[in-house]
Design a protein around this ligand. Structure first.
Ligand code: HEC
Ligand code: HEC
Length: 280
């Protein structure tokens, strides 16, 4: 196949340009090419290289436009930062510290998100994520997690002495009248799985988390809507009561139906103490 002289020239220059890019052009060749220097093929070659590069860039841009990254804009996607700490779908296990959020009553979750945003509960990482979100959006996020039905894992291995767990069981299920301590079950439901829409369950939570929450209420680092029945109650608990009830709660498996019971199934109010978070 015969090529026109200018085509051959152009190819030679193209080769020279590519070799010089790759740094493998030899001095002798460079000199001989300089001796035969003719500007037209060189300019044509340079133009061809530029046109090819622009065409490649345009093609790449078109393909990027034609097939945009297909990320669905769902709450699951938008709450990935949350599930990074709270486990997939918010199902944290009792083995760490971070509490489970999946399946908790929606009203309770929304109140907690507002509390972290507004400083009635303390967690810098969460506060930073929530600071710009309005109440409606927080309720939407709360509804998302409340609606997730995810199986609970087995409880953490037994912690604390058998004696401590027995004392904890009495506090949880019977309370102690002589010390004006209502049972946890009086408000959290007879199965301790919570009452819709504002009282959370107490099972499936890490022991250290339970101890920390009761301690935080005692020293008023965690605050709920006034009158804050949990603050009142925590103030009446001795440190040994807190350990005992947390040992007991963390060791309980979830009942077959782990859901919070509807408010209608238990007479609310009156509660043994007035709770601002539970609106009549
Ligand atoms: C950096 C880790 C981290 C991130 C990110 C995070 N959380 Fe948390 N979250 C925690 C910890 C730790 C606690 C317990 C804080 C405490 O000790 O009171 C918590 C507590 C909560 C609670 C209270 C649960 C309860 O039972 O009272 C809710 C609700 C919650 N987080 C929701 C969210 C949502 C929604 C997001 C995303 C917008 C989020 N979290 C992002 C670590 C995180
Ligand atoms: C008078 C009713 C009442 C009684 C009795 C009660 N609670 Fe509560 N508890 C509440 C309410 C209401 C909340 C939700 C507070 C809020 O909105 O932050 C709550 C929340 C909690 C939480 C927070 C759970 C979480 O996921 O962060 C813990 C822990 C808790 N209670 C432990 C107990 C224990 C342990 C007992 C028994 C010793 C008890 N409660 C008895 C009403 C009660």
């Amino acid at each position: 196949m015969s090529r026109s002289p200018s085509m051959t020239e152009t190819l030679r220059y193209l080769r020279a340009v590519l070799w010089s890019f790759a740094g493998i052009r030899q001095r002798r060749e460079a000199e001989s090419e300089q001796a035969q220097f003719r500007p037209v093929p060189l300019i044509l070659t340079a133009l061809a290289v530029v046109v090819a590069m622009v065409a490649l860039l345009l093609l790449a841009a078109r393909q990027a436009g034609a097939a945009p990254l297909d990320v669905p804009d769902t709450l699951t996607q938008r709450t990935l930062a949350c599930t990074g700490c709270h486990g997939p779908q918010g199902r944290s296990t009792p083995l760490g510290y971070v509490p489970r959020i999946a399946g908790k009553p929606a009203g309770y979750l929304a109140a907690q998100l507002r509390a972290f945003r507004d400083g009635q509960r303390q967690h810098d990482g969460m506060a930073r994520l929530l600071v710009h979100l309005d109440d409606d959006y927080l309720s939407e996020i709360a509804g998302h997690f409340a609606g997730l039905q995810v199986a609970y894992p087995a409880p953490a291995p037994l912690q604390g002495s058998a004696q401590s767990r027995a004392a904890g069981e009495r506090l949880a299920l019977q309370g102690d009248r002589s010390r004006r301590l209502p049972a946890c079950a009086d408000c959290h439901g007879s199965r301790l799985t919570g009452v819709q829409p504002a009282i959370p369950g107490l099972l499936g939570l890490p022991r250290d988390y339970l101890v920390a929450q009761l301690g935080a209420w005692r020293i008023q680092v965690r605050k709920a809507r006034s009158p804050d029945c949990m603050a009142e109650l925590a103030g009446r608990l001795a440190p040994s009561d807190i350990t005992a009830v947390a040992d007991y709660l963390a060791a309980q498996p979830l009942p077959a139906n782990p859901d919070a019971v509807p408010a209608s199934t238990r007479p609310l109010p009156p509660l043994p103490l007035p709770c601002g978070s539970v609106r009549p």
